[in-house]
Design a binder for this molecule. Structure first.
Ligand code: 3H9
Length: 693
């Protein structure tokens, strides 16, 4: 049983014991009901304390049970709370560490609550696309007031217990040992009758309509495609307008509706995907880590400067190396400017700014980096340049230092071979702007040591990145897939689209930016450079030449105020360009193609299924360890819409046989060579399976 019952004199103690977070799965719920029953049956027991073993009270309902029969199996959380609330002996929740979601709802069903300081209190269900479904929306407003409670429910944000110590949520804060304090409290109130119940607190809120209207407007403006936030407002409104039991029923109906939505399933997929990404099957979780106390960065360009900021933000001193004083000064100035902008937005204090800047120093000598625990190279994307850098690093770095390359496409094994310590070499592919973007692709070379991989994954967490492991291949997970996406975007132009039409369809689907706006931001010359190499290395891979024509005109994107679109000084808005559109139409004519009207559905399917098909190959080849890793790369690095859960999850929701059918249809179009279905996709579709099992 994942909740135990013990007697301490005349107090019965129920301890939730379901690691890692005391999730309220079926066995735990059954254990609580059993414990309450035993305490009520024993006349010697005067009160009951419920507490959590390990690092917290409870992280809430067991999310893994959702959409499975176990979630509804009695005793449900509702039943557990009813049993507690109706008990004729006082029940005290003793909270430490974490009381979230169903865990907080359970505590709200108890007659009393005591807590230690520092406990994280939240109803974070909205972050999983649902709302609190076990009375949270009805009880929390009764103890915190409507506005504070609604704020917590709609944002899912955590508040520390001591900040709520003066509210009706807590009857007492415990300074010393929680159990001792809770037992003493339970003894003190053991004979109090009638027993207080949160449900009985009258919720008095004048002018509710005006406030709720304001709340709805605010929430609607930020909720995007997610239905849950507005439903949270509806549920709290019901706490004001309905009788308690009616409010509970209303909340329950909304919960059951939301838990079935694709948006909620996508968010839960991302929640588990993020945690799964940090696990590597052949690298045990107790692998000893290398100590990272200092870092070096080679290159003070946009990338190098952004990477250095990540270390400084995490309190790790970092030395940035450049060949020329001027470049170094420019990099350091960029960093200062970035921090100053953050400070202007009120997100950094002067003291924090000074501290971070103080952690970043510059140098022009490799020898100055020798004692760094990790060094990340962020120089030009060219193998000969990488060779020079890694040969020098190999010569100066102390033994055991991690040598990381920020390459976005090159062969990490070849880079590692430039050194006599390939086991210490790894790829750390940051995304621009490196101080902002969440994704860190961690490229595991053939010889990368397990502790180097484990240390880099732990470092990703420390610098607040989502680290996703990729094997070595051209472009790794993200860029290898995006190449197919960009390829389709180019073919769409030849066949009849203009850039704004493609971008509009992609953005309507939910991408943060369509492919052409994205290319203009990243710089069209980068793709041009990579394509030139590819034309030689992979002549069999066809591309639309229209992007090359664009670059030949010097239209590299925002940085040249001209790309697929026109840009005006001081304005990032993209304006359709007659010159480019005429160039595209002329290019189609030169190929002898009759331009046709292409539907939004076709645009989106071709862009997204190109990602999916390449993703399936990547999975099959073992470049990605699991489908959810690919989804995390796209959600955190490529602006794929979160409410769709990532390309592989999206394909699962469409149904793999449907995806395959469309791919076969597009293979009959102008570029069949780009639509060879991945064998894994064919197998899974035939077996009625999904990428994310
Ligand atoms: C709910 O309560 C619905 C009710 O209103 C209504 C019901 C009718 N379930 O984050 P960590 C796992 S909805 C299952 O790295 P931390 C997690 O996957 C729930 N598993 O630790 C990971 O597993 P693994 C509302 C869960 O210390 C491990 O625990 N509650 C759950 O950095 C460690 O996770 C939430 O949304 C769960 N509820 O942070 C809380 N929670 O080791 C979501 C975690 O196999 N959880 N796991 O990879 C959190 O925010 C954080 O996990 C928490 C701990 C702050 C609790």
């Amino acid at each position: 049983m994942s909740a135990t019952y013990q007697e301490h004199g005349d107090i019965g103690v129920i301890t939730l014991n379901n690691p890692p977070v005391n999730g309220l799965g079926h066995a735990t719920r059954a254990g609580i009901v059993d414990g309450v029953g035993r305490a009520l049956d024993n006349p010697a027991i005067k009160a009951i304390v419920i507490t959590g073993a390990g690092k917290g009270f409870s992280g809430g309902a067991d999310i893994r049970e959702f959409n499975s029969p176990k979630a509804l199996q009695e005793p449900s959380l509702h039943t557990v709370i009813r049993v507690i609330e109706e008990a004729d002996k006082p029940v005290v929740a003793a909270i430490h560490g974490v009381a979230m979601g169903g865990g907080l709802e359970l505590a709200l069903g108890c007659h009393y609550r005591v807590a230690t300081a520092g406990a994280q209190i939240a109803l974070p269900e909205v972050k999983l696309g649902i709302l609190p479904g076990a009375g949270g929306t009805q009880r929390l407003p009764r103890v915190l007031g409507v506005e504070t409670a609604l704020n917590m429910i709609v944002t899912g944000n955590t508040v520390l217990s001591e900040k709520l110590s003066a509210t009706k949520l807590f009857d007492q804060m415990i300074a010393g040992d929680l159990i001792e304090g809770a037992l003493a409290f339970a003894k003190k109130i053991a004979d109090t009758r009638p027993l207080p119940k949160v449900r009985d607190i009258r919720l008095n809120y004048p002018n509710a309509d005006g406030y709720l209207q304001f709340a709805r407007n605010t929430v609607r403006a930020v909720a995007g495609k997610f239905p849950a936030p507005l439903k949270c407002v509806d549920a709290v409104a019901a706490a004001i307008s309905k009788k308690f039991d009616d409010g509970i029923r209303y909340e329950r109906d909304l919960f059951l509706e939301l838990v079935q939505t694709t948006e909620s399933k996508a968010l839960r997929h991302a929640f588990f995907g993020e945690r799964a990404a940090s696990k590597v099957p052949d690298v045990p979780s107790d692998t000893p880590l290398r100590d990272i106390q200092s870092a070096g960065v080679i290159g003070a360009g946009t990338m190098g400067a952004g990477i250095a900021m990540n270390f400084a933000n995490a309190g790790i001193p970092v030395k940035m190396l450049e060949m020329k004083q001027e470049a170094l000064d420019k990099g350091l100035a960029t960093i200062r400017k970035n921090y100053e902008n953050t400070m202007k937005k009120g997100k950094l204090t002067q003291e924090q700014l000074d501290k971070r800047i103080g952690l970043i120093t510059g140098t022009m000598a490799y020898a100055d980096l020798a004692q760094a625990d990790i060094v990340v190279e962020a120089v030009f994307e060219d193998m000969a340049v990488k060779e020079k850098v890694f040969t020098q690093l190999d010569a100066v770095m102390k033994p055991g230092a991690i040598l990381a390359s920020n390459t976005s496409t090159l062969d990490v094994d070849q880079i590692a071979a430039f050194t006599k310590r390939p086991q210490d070499v790894i790829g750390t592919h940051f995304f621009s702007p490196a101080n902002v973007m969440k994704l860190l692709e961690i490229v595991r070379g053939e010889k990368t040591a397990k502790d180097v991989l484990a240390t880099t994954l732990a470092l990703a967490k420390k610098i607040r990145k989502t680290g996703v492991v990729s094997g070595v291949c051209d472009g790794f997970i993200g860029n290898r897939m995006v190449e197919q996406y960009i390829r389709q975007a180019g073919f769409l132009l030849e066949e009849g689209c203009l850039p704004e039409q493609v971008d509009k369809a992609a953005e309507k689907f939910g991408f943060a930016m369509g492919p052409f706006r994205m290319s203009d931001l990243a710089g069209n010359d980068i793709g041009w450079y990579i394509r030139k190499r590819r034309y030689i290395e992979k002549p069999e891979v066809t591309y639309s030449k229209v992007a090359d024509l664009l670059c030949e005109k010097g239209r590299f994107g925002q940085k040249t105020s001209a790309g697929w679109y026109d840009y005006k000084a001081g304005d990032r808005k993209a304006y359709a360009s007659d010159e480019v559109n005429q160039m595209i139409i002329a290019h189609s004519a030169s190929l002898g193609m009759t331009r046709r009207k292409i539907s939004e559905q076709e645009i989106v399917e071709r862009l997204v299924y190109a990602l999916v098909n390449e993703g399936a190959l990547i999975l099959e080849e073992g470049i990605a360890m699991r489908a959810s890793d690919i989804d995390m790369v796209y959600l955190t690095g490529y602006g794929f819409p979160l409410f769709r859960g990532g390309p592989m999850f999206y394909a699962d929701t469409v149904g793999l046989p449907n995806v395959l059918m469309s791919i076969r249809k597009y293979a009959k179009g102008s570029h069949p060579e780009a639509w060879k279905p991945a064998p894994l996709l064919e197998i899974l579709a035939a077996e009625g399976k999904a990428f994310n099992a």
